[in-house]
Design a protein around this ligand. Sequence first.
Ligand code: FES
Ligand code: FES
Length: 178
Amino acid sequence: MTRQEKKFSGSALEGKHHINLTVNGQLYELAIGTGAGKVNPSDTLSFTLRETLGLTGTKVSCDSGACGGCTVIMDGRAVLSCMLLSIECDEKEITTIEGLKNPKTGELDPLQQSFIDHTAFQCGFCTPGMIMSSKALLNDNPSPTEEEVKEALSGNFCRCISHYQIVRAVMAVSGKGK
Ligand code: FES
Ligand code: FES
C-alpha cells in the first residue's frame, strides 16, 4: 500500500485514483497525484480552480478563511474555496464567477450587471466573492431584505469600503427573480 493509499484507507476516497468535479456545468475528471493537471491531496479547491483549471476569477486574498474573497457556490451553498481540500469536493457541483454569465450569449448575470451599474467595487478584488455569496442568497431567497443581504455578506470583506454600493447593487435585483 502506498503512502497515499494509506492516507485514504477507510475514507470515501479509498481505492480512488481520481476525483470528479463539475465546474460551471463541465465535468472534470482529475487524477489524484502530483504533477501538472493532477490534484495533490493537499491542494485546496481555490488552488485547483485557479491553477489546475485556469479559472482565475476566484480570488485568493487571505487564504485562511477570514475574508470571503474565494467564495464559490458548491451544491447550492456559498463556501470558502481556500478552506476546502479539492479531494473533499469529489462529485460536487461548483459554480464560480465565470459560470454566471449566459453561456450562449455571454450576457452577464443581472447581479453582475447590477454591481457595474452601482459602481459596487473599487479595486474589485473582493467582487467575485461578494457576487457569489449574494448569488447563493438570491438562489435561495430571490427577495431578500437589506438585513438578509447584510447577513449573507457578513463574511465578505472589502478593503475599499464599497460595502454601501454592494448592498445597493444586491438590493436592486432583490425581487427580480434568479
Ligand atoms: S481567501 Fe478564502 S477566505 Fe480569504
Ligand atoms: S473593491 Fe477593493 S476590496 Fe472590495
